[in-house]
Design a protein around this ligand. Structure first.
Ligand code: DQA
Length: 142
């Protein structure tokens, strides 16, 4: 089964983001980890990244139309994009929100997720392993 993994803005630049928060993996290394976590759970991961809210919304529409389960790290859009929230709500297959860091342990503006209310659950704070944990949660849900 295909899982659509959507990564939001700035995640492609993990190599130059604060490694004390986001860890040492580059984005291509993160993609490799996600793909192998998916295959060890019997899934095929279609991993995408965009800095563009409209593109992320179109991918959520694609997931809704094709009944793809979704793992999404909306990055900064987590905290304010009602448009991504409304698109995520259209996905009737399981949808899991992930974060590399633990937003609740960071600045106050990161304490709000407008996505969590339409996700099956949220996993954050485990670095790249957040995605592997999300695969395992997805497996249990499906
Ligand atoms: C993030 C947390 C967000 O607050 C931040 O804007 C990101 C990444 C994470 O994976 O920890 O870009 O979603």
């Amino acid at each position: 089964m295909k899982v659509l993994v959507i990564n939001g803005p700035n995640l492609s630049r993990l190599d130059i983001r604060d490694s004390s928060i986001y860890g040492d993996l580059s984005y291509p290394q993160l993609v490799n980890l996600i793909e192998s976590a998916a295959s060890s759970h019997g899934f095929t991961a279609d991993v995408r990244q965009s800095d563009d809210e409209a593109e992320i919304i179109s991918w959520l529409h694609e997931a809704a139309d094709n009944s793809y389960p979704v793992i999404i790290n909306p990055a900064a859009f987590t905290h304010y994009s009602y448009a991504i929230r409304d698109a995520a709500e259209l996905v009737k297959s399981p949808l899991i929100e992930v974060h590399l860091s633990n937003p609740l342990a960071r600045e106050e503006f990161r304490h709000t997720s407008v996505i969590s209310g339409v996700a099956n659950g949220t996993i954050g704070g485990f670095g790249p392993n957040s995605y592997a944990l999300a695969m395992s949660a997805l497996k249990a849900l499906l």
